[in-house]
Design a protein around this ligand. Structure first.
Ligand code: BDR
Ligand code: CA
Length: 307
């Protein structure tokens, strides 16, 4: 049986890579995609998400999530993703996808209740939608199968010295999610920074036939150029690594910890995540290493599976 997933994304170039990986993965069934504000504003992440899902040929519903963080002023990451959030590909008129009327948080709650214990939520943007859902439906932690997030860092940030973008973009939401008691997996910069795309690999993936591989490659061209311009090295595969974890967790090693978030807006480390030892199990699962050649095999497989 396929694993049912809801993807919560702020599409975003590496979010697009995550969507392609999930859409082409034989192990997964995407029951919904929710676009949230993050890398760029909500109007743009919705548009980008609809365009990427349209490209994959899937007809899964796409919803709009939160337009702004719980408390803080919005911060964006256009310097990595371009002004549109998805600079590179040019999309035509959509024929399959249109935005659902229901809001993303209501859809998340409704779908998880309809399939108790069956849905994994993969969140690769700020954790605002999940925080709203947890507040509105306190039973959510026992109704989800698992929540897998790209958030945080224990070794320095990418937006401030200490904070990772998704945690920094809504620290109060991250704190709600990390203390919710839900079964939680957290992929931090410590692991996602170790999975990077080389020019040789991108040139190889570009040879795969189909519009999905073409759009993926155009996104990664921009992502690579933006990393180069910022002297950040090869582009990091943050968001698709969360999808890879759900495809096959046996390819990862992991530790179990309690996670706390700095939610003092006056602190220089606002949005920083830190971990504490716990007795036994029951904390947040934090993947620490991954089989990288396998990850790239999965990306290639998904692109070959898609139109
Ligand atoms: C995260 O920040 C965003 O810019 C990326 O899409 C990713 O989710 C990495 O810190
Ligand atoms: Ca993202």
């Amino acid at each position: 049986m396929k694993q049912k997933v809801i993807l919560d994304v702020d599409t975003g170039l590496d979010d697009a890579a995550a969507l392609f990986l999930a859409a082409g993965a034989e192990e997964l069934e995407i029951v919904a995609v929710i676009a949230t504000a993050g890398n760029v504003g909500l109007d743009k992440t919705v548009e980008n998400t609809l365009n990427v899902i349209e490209t994959t040929g899937l007809s899964c519903p796409v919803f709009a999530g939160s337009a702004k963080p719980l408390i803080r002023q919005p911060v964006e990451a256009g310097d990595f993703h371009g002004e549109s959030g998805l600079d590179g590909p040019v999309f035509g008129k959509r024929v399959i996808q249109e935005l659902q009327e229901e809001d993303g948080v209501s859809a998340m709650i409704r779908l998880v209740k309809r399939h108790p214990g069956e849905i994994t939520i993969i969140s690769v943007g700020p954790l605002t939608d999940l925080a709203h859902a947890l507040r509105r439906e306190p039973a959510l932690p026992s109704l989800v199968k698992e929540i897998v997030v790209m958030s945080g860092s224990f070794s320095g940030g990418n937006v401030t010295k200490d904070a990772e973008f998704n945690a920094y973009a809504d620290p109060e939401a991250a704190a709600i999610v990390f203390s919710s008691g839900a079964p939680l997996v957290m992929l931090t910069l410590d692991i996602t920074r170790t999975v990077t795309l080389s020019r040789e690999r991108l040139d190889f993936l570009r040879t795969i036939e189909g519009r999905s591989a073409e759009v993926f490659s155009q996104c990664m061209d921009t992502y690579m150029a933006n990393y180069e311009a910022k002297k950040f090295g090869w582009p990091q595969m943050h968001d698709p690594l969360c999808v890879a974890y759900v495809i096959d967790r046996s390819r990862f090693s992991a530790e179990d910890r309690r996670v706390v978030v700095d939610i003092d807006p006056a602190s220089p480390s606002y949005g920083m995540t830190s971990r504490e030892a716990i007795d036994g199990e029951g904390g947040v699962i934090i993947p620490t290493d991954v089989d990288r050649p396998w990850f790239w095999e999965m990306v290639e497989r998904s692109l070959r599976n898609l139109p």
